[in-house]
Ligand binder design. Structure first.
Ligand SMILES: [Mn+2]
Length: 192
């Protein structure tokens, strides 16, 4: 279990992550749509994730969503350590009704996001869909993950967002798989 506490003037976050767990998610933040996304991420990735967050959502959800992304990334990086003995790469092509999202990722040590999804609406409920990309940007930077998310189809914003998080979850699960080789999967000898 890796725990991170992050307090700023904008947000207060406690997060606990277990990379190999069927405990699922226990998420409480003032951004319900993100709670929904993190809950399905944890279940589909096969990780245990607990989040308690408060933030300045009287402004908007931006700081809270971004800072949960940073904190989750820090926990992933901390939990992975030297990244020895894992598959490193993962991919997934995940449908959600009419939506279809492709994800490929590399636990490379280098944060990079290529995000190619277009939401037909600005919002779902009170959630600003621009924050999906902000969340993944924050996460990959602090986790050191190279992440490509590409929408192949979709008309419904909720479905497209959900397919993004599920595709990420399944790709991440594959990348975490134990290979039985104790070394780092890199001819360089390190992933950083
Ligand atoms: Mn849903």
């Amino acid at each position: 279990m890796t725990t991170i506490t992050r307090n700023t003037n904008e947000t207060q976050i406690e997060l606990a992550l277990d990379l190999y767990s069927d405990a699922g998610a226990d998420i409480e933040s003032p951004v319900p749509f993100l709670n929904h996304m993190l809950t399905l991420f944890a279940r589909h990735a096969g990780v245990g994730l607990r989040v308690r967050a408060t933030g300045d959502t009287e402004i908007d959800g931006h700081h809270t969503v971004e800072d949960i992304g940073i904190t989750l990334g820090q926990a992933i990086s901390g939990a992975l350590g030297e990244k020895k003995g894992i598959a490193r790469y993962g991919d997934a092509l995940i449908p959600m009704d009419e939506a279809l999202v492709l994800c490929a990722l590399d636990i490379s040590g280098r944060g990079h996001l290529s995000f190619d999804a277009a939401f037909p609406t600005q919002r779902v409920g009170a959630f600003d869909l621009e924050l999906v990309e902000e969340f993944f940007t924050a996460l990959v930077r602090s986790a050191g993950i190279t992440l490509h998310l590409k929408q192949m189809a979709g008309k419904n914003s909720h479905h497209i967002a959900e397919a993004c998080f599920k595709a990420f979850a399944h790709a991440f699960r594959k990348a975490l798989e134990k290979t039985g080789d104790a070394r780092v999967l890199s001819t360089k000898g390190v992933l950083e």
